[in-house]
Design a protein around this ligand. Sequence first.
Ligand code: KIV
Length: 281
Amino acid sequence: MSVNKKKSNTKITVEIFRKMKEKGQKISMLTAYDYTMAKLVDQAGIDAILVGDSAGNVMAGYETTLSVTINEIIYHAKCVKRAIQNALLVVDMPFGTCSGDSISSLHNAIRIMRETGAEALKIEGGEELLPDIRKIIAAGIPVMGHLGLMPQSVHQYGGFGLRAKSEAEAQKLIRDAALLEEAGCFAITLEKVPASLAEEIALSLKIPVIGIGAGANVDGQVLVVHDMLGLNQEFLPKFVRKYADLGTAVTDAVSEYILDVKNSDFPSAGESYENQIKEII
Ligand code: KIV
């Protein structure tokens, strides 16, 4: 199926994010971790690219995002930056790089911005991290909050299940979202929470709420690009829609290549070089 690609040459900024919410325009965001994929995603007209610490899962094969280092996220973000024309570039602050020591959080945030050319950072955490988030924003760095399921806190939750099922946790989430807006975050990612709660939060805030497993009634959506393209053939949560089956396409293509090599069907004469000088003579 070929989709009508609506490409615009507008460079997306955090200010445009704000305006999109005001106008009721939905925001599209996907992850990317390398130059080639980022180029394709940007050319398709995505509003924002997130260099997520999910890189640890899909690129490095780590079991959780806790293993991702600041050097690794900087490497991926630099690759993506070189590919982007229009999308807003948001980079995750990895586990332990923004965790309550606001001076070192600021130092890490500045390092990521300076070395990658990122345009915004995403930080997992609510009220507990407000001093760090305020300091980073005061340094002129746009911050996207991340609430609900925060994979960097997986061991505190004991798994990757739905968050904010209890009234107490739902109330904390509502409060955290309001505090992040008040602190100056330009947007919030809301992961794996009941759709009705996500809708309530999106309606209560002026800044956009970007959902992942948070239902349709928020201001935008984000997915891990490997999941939605069907490249990840391991467990997929129910909130992922597979828009392609590239995993199968890759396996089929590689199988065909192996057969051609084994049967001496590749390369053909047209795919080989001859000695040019001899040919002229
Ligand atoms: O790291 C990531 O990819 C994310 C998204 C799932 C929101 O944080």
